[in-house]
Design a protein around this ligand. Structure first.
Ligand code: CMC
Length: 422
């Protein structure tokens, strides 16, 4: 059977055979056949915007692989920094490469003092840390104007290194500013996750040493969030990157996309939802209201996964380990009950709605002491290497500027009406 599709323009009788390669057809062939006719695909539900060799996501079968390695194996054996290297370079690092990469990331964690003293202090006392982080990342571009030279791979490496190193510092800085606590400088003797927890929680102790179970859980959660192919924020990163903006500006834009409750903001929304449900007795009526279209079951459903999100399974395992240290979250039993009801209900079954990564992450973050408004900030730190790997890939592909078309549905030409006649 030929691996092609034939399209006929019935207006002209002209036909084109288009090869099906990697499960997709090249739209350029259709444009050639029917110039001025566009494919209407709002929200890109049926459009592959690029070729990519970074993350393999098979939503029907619940499979997620970074550069070919299953997420389950990476979560069990790897570290977040190793996964960053893998996403960015395509291969796991050997010992020498690991030492040099970890050294580079560890020694770029500090931030220019003006960022802390002048920039961060300018926010209102109740500023959301996600808004502060997004603005701070954009502001970094003014400290590193050489970042505009996106053609030079050495220069790109420097900016990628800085963004991965400084993300946790800016995130912790935003948190400390929001609660009126002094900023804690990075501690280069700690691992990536430990250092972040130290900048979050250290008070007067000479060195903060987080519980190893909590540091490990955080590291695993960062791995799970590290990439997820062409999701909303990564697409934003690629679109802004295609205009050849510097990486700080592109990451700030991607952070803005992640902030939304349909995307990275869902982990925070899950806790709000569980708190609003309030008690066991209210779960069934809540599920009924979801089925009636009055609300959404946050942390459920996914554009791509039509099976159980493999990340959600790993998060659940980590939750058990974390709760042994912190004590069980009072919301956990409600979440488990909600999941059980939904998984057995026809509404959710017929729509293939399963828990996604965000259903249980919020419970872990909350037990570790993170306030709700830091949850999406944690997602941002995790997603940073994915955004940067896609940005780098886009530049190496030499992709043209992203510029979709529209189907105009407004009124036709009409004459200007003076204000007195309106
Ligand atoms: N609760 C109830 N119904 C839902 C839900 C949900 N969470 N998600 C989808 N549906 C229904 C939806 O109403 C629609 O029903 P119908 O066919 O009768 O109109 C059907 O399922 C298909 O949904 P959709 O809106 O076409 O799906 P989508 O691919 O556009 O949206 C989503 C994907 C993730 C935005 C959506 O499932 C959702 O809003 N989930 C809750 C928010 C959430 O948990 N987001 C985190 C996603 S994972 C982390 C990340 O990638 O950021």
């Amino acid at each position: 059977m030929p691996e092609t599709v034939t399209i006929t323009d019935n207006r002209t009788g002209q036909t084109v055979d288009i090869p099906i390669e990697n499960g997709s057809i090249d739209m350029k062939a259709i444009q050639k056949l029917m110039p001025g006719t566009w494919v209407l695909d709002p929200a890109f539900g049926g459009t592959a915007s690029t070729e990519s060799a970074i993350t393999d996501l098979d939503g029907a079968n619940g499979i997620l692989r970074y550069r070919g390695y299953p997420i389950e194996q990476l979560a069990e054996h790897s570290t977040f920094l190793e996964v960053c290297y893998l996403l960015l370079n395509g291969e796991l690092p050997n010992q020498e490469q690991t030492d040099s990469w970890v050294h580079d990331v560890t020694y770029h964690t500090f931030i220019h003092e003006n960022m802390r003293k002048r920039f961060m202090e300018g926010f209102n006392h109740d500023a959301h840390p996600m808004g502060m982080l997004m603005s701070a990342i954009a502001a970094l571009s003014t400290f590193y104007p050489e970042a505009k030279d996106i053609e030079d791979p050495g220069n790109r490496y420097k900016q990628i290194n800085r963004l991965i190193s400084k993300g946790p510092t800016l995130a912790a800085m935003a948190y400390r500013a929001s609660i009126g606590m002094p900023f804690v400088y990075p501690d280069n003797d700690l691992t990536y996750a430990e250092n972040f927890l130290s900048m979050m929680w250290r008070v007067a102790e000479p060195q903060y040493k987080p519980d190893p179970v909590l540091a490990k859980a955080l590291d695993v959660l960062l791995i799970l969030h590290a990439d997820h192919e062409q999701n909303c924020s990564t697409t934003t990163m690629r679109v802004v990157g295609s205009a050849h903006a510097d990486p700080y500006s592109a990451v700030a834009a991607a952070t803005g996309a992640l902030y939304g409750p349909r995307h990275g903001g869902a982990n925070e929304a899950v806790i709000h939802m569980l708190e609003e449900i309030g008690s066991y007795d209210n779960i069934e009526p809540f599920v009924e209201s979801v089925k009636a279209g009055e609300s959404r079951l946050m942390g459920f459903g996914h554009r791509v996964y039509k099976a159980y999100d493999p990340r959600a399974r790993i998060v659940k395992e980590q939750a058990d380990k974390v709760f042994e240290v912190t004590g069980k979250s009072p919301l956990l039993d409600m979440a488990l009950k909600l999941e059980e009801i939904a998984l057995n209900d026809d509404y959710f079954k017929s729509r293939n709605l399963y828990p996604n990564v965000d259903f249980y992450t919020g419970l872990i973050y909350q037990s570790m002491g993170f306030p709700l408004d830091m949850f999406t900030v944690l997602f941002t730190i995790g997603r940073m290497p994915g955004w940067l790997a896609h940005w780098q890939e886009l530049l190496e592909q030499g992709q043209r500027i992203s510029r979709p078309r529209q189907v105009y549905t407004g009124v036709g030409e009409r004459a200007y009406v003076p204000i007195a006649e309106r």
